[in-house]
Design a protein around this ligand. Structure first.
Ligand SMILES: Cc1cc2nc3c(=O)[nH]c(=O)nc-3n(C[C@H](O)[C@H](O)[C@H](O)COP(=O)(O)O)c2cc1C
Length: 210
């Protein structure tokens, strides 16, 4: 069943999630968000999921089409099953359909006994584009979601390796996704366990500036 989070006015003016722990400095969120790969067992609450979805839908989109739709998975057994299915797919093909034989590092990683596609996160949010050209907008929504999650004390990790899994027709049928919708990105969500070290960045490559 498709649900709409809440009836609301067309124009959103009030932050949707405003718990006491919310960090509102956007630079803090941009600089401190990490791809989190260790999660505690603490479940993600409904209010937290609603909070990150409300932030996601504030993303810009061409002609304000808002061409995104979300699947929220929190069932432990279902997530474990999808993680296994995704891993089985990956040992044959990479997330974008490229044969894994070309990438020994990736093959080694996904073949490791402790590899878990969603890093054991208690929730996974999958974003689908409701028209074929809208995957870019969904990535904007994904970044909003991840920054908002960080501000709420949650960890996230984009799971590009789940692409082949969530693009499969039988899986889309299971998730009630119409065939014409395109998979954009799955995002693991949960309460971080321990600290995640920052990753380095190269300086911005500015090719032309005049
Ligand atoms: C489109 C996309 C796909 C990604 N896929 C995966 C993935 O399948 N598994 C994973 O553990 N991390 C994945 N990541 C996370 C990146 O590895 C991570 O963002 C990058 O190393 C930089 O680290 P940071 O996010 O902590 O700054 C993905 C990131 C993006 C943007």
């Amino acid at each position: 069943m498709m649900t709409s989070l809440s009836a609301r006015a067309e124009v959103l003016e009030v932050p949707r999630f405003s718990g006491p722990e919310v960090m509102t400095d956007v630079f803090e969120a941009i600089y401190r968000r990490r791809a989190v790969r260790n999660y505690s067992n603490e479940p993600v609450s409904r209010a937290e999921i609603e909070g990150v979805l409300e932030a996601a839908i504030m993303a810009p989109s061409a002609i304000n089409a808002q061409p995104w739709a979300f699947v929220v998975l929190q069932g432990h057994e279902e997530l474990a099953r999808y993680a296994r299915e995704g891993r089985d797919l990956l040992t044959n093909t990479a997330g974008d359909g490229t044969p894994l034989t070309g990438s020994n590092e990736l093959l080694q990683m996904v073949s490791a006994p402790n590899f878990e596609l969603f890093h054991g996160a208690p929730a996974v949010i999958i974003i689908y584009a409701t028209n074929a050209n809208a995957v870019a907008e969904c990535f904007l929504a994904a970044q909003n979601l991840m920054l908002a999650a960080w501000a709420m004390g949650l960890g996230t990790c984009p799971i590009g390796l789940a692409r082949s899994l969530f693009e499969q027709e039988p899986v889309k049928v299971e998730l009630k996704i119409p065939p014409s919708w395109s998979h954009a990105l799955a995002i693991a969500v949960g309460h971080p366990s321990g600290e995640t070290a920052p990753t380095p960045r190269r300086a911005a490559l500015v090719v032309t500036w005049r």
